[in-house]
Design a protein around this ligand. Sequence first.
Ligand code: XMP
Length: 490
Amino acid sequence: DGTKAAELFSRGYSFTYDDVIFHPHYIDFPTDAVSLSTQLSRNIRLSIPCVASPMDTVSEAHMAASMAALGGIAIVHSNCTPSQQASIIRAAKSLRVPIVPSVSFVSPTDGLPDSYGRYVFITESGGLPSKLLGYLSSSDCDNLRNKAVKIIDYKRDCKAVEYVPWNYDLGQIEGILEEKKCDFVALERDGEVVNVVTKADVERLKGYPKLGPGTVGADGEWMVGAAIGTRESDKERLEHLVKAGANVIVLDSSQGNSIYQIEMIKFIKKTYPHLDVIGGNVVTMAQAQNLIQAGVDGLRVGMGSGSICTTQEVCAVGRGQATAVYKVSSIAAQHGVPVIADGGISNSGHIVKALALGASTVMMGSFLAGSTEAPGAYEYKNGQRVKKYRGMGSLEAMTKGSDQRYLGDTAKLKIAQGVVGAVADKGSVLKFIPYTMQAVKQGFQDLGATSLPSAHELLRSGTLRLEVRTGAAQAEGGIHGLVSYEKKSF
Ligand code: XMP
């Protein structure tokens, strides 16, 4: 009954996640017995198989700290200068309690922001980390509204501010807030404020599912990944990133099987032998084989599967993501190289499929964009609260420098391989990722797999069976036949 993966994926079709469905197997363990711990790369272990994509609308400091606190990891994008990318990594590592501040920050020369929370903080740089110069409460700001004044002249003094060390945990912060009867504390590292946490933030975080175990390096700090390209100048960028404490490097290319990438892999392995390097993107066994031979510690799989991608349309190359993940994983497994299934994840079922087909982690863009932790401000579109999400191959992103991912930097004419869009507000990753992982565990239980290695073994041995879903079967597998409904997953 059903088809073995090896047979299904040798028929010459390019299948994606929605095309295939697993047969349920046998359950003899509870959901909580499922472990999702996994390898990101040869030497980096994660407690959940989630990776935030190196995109400038997804992975900066707050996403990186939050993903690490959850037990996953983020790869900080390189669509900025090397020193900016290094600062993002340092900032992420300093956010021990991964709270996105609910207060606003301005520089001494700025006016009042259009909207503000309970406080507006004036810092040297107008953001964090920085030196704190003073602050105003929301009622101070209300009084100054529409007045042509310099807010720095009306700031409250910092003497009353309670400073605590950056590495205090939530319990310690809560203790100080209670003991000192204050509404917020400023977390400080090396003379700079790295975050401001209010009483309300602490209450919010306490209401989320339990975090971790987090992804922590040998130095006790969050592990953070970083993307680079394959230009000569990326060697210099790499030096900045290594100094900032980057724990793993992702060579960010839409077509990774190139002489440029192979040379870069060899250079990094020679220069920084203890630094894991993830190569890609690849979708075929031959591409994977080349990068494995060059010495990669992990492979990133996907071409044109991303929600904002137009590579398959523009360049006529790529592969359905289910087929790509299965094919690359089967060769990578023979060499002990973990695979990241990159792109095309829009629900927990896609994560189950990617992992059961051989991936060790999933990399997500749109699934995480729109969260509290994603860069950028919320705006309203047609009455819906949204955040911008753009492809790194979109013209808008390439103008800022991401064109070398698409090997377009030397070309005279830039051709877009991605689009700019917006995704709905999803709330905090600290809340929806734990719920998503619980759903993935339930999927694993239905498959009769207690862990990723056990799912991989069930697939390899042919015990796990799949089928292709017809269009009608796919429609039947979704919500259908209702006049209206409300979709709430947790
Ligand atoms: P999702 O589906 O999670 O996909 O939003 C994220 C992945 O998409 C890739 N990516 C792109 N691919 N043009 C492309 O063809 C683009 O502009 C683009 N931007 C990102 C990337 O692999 C990412 O992780």
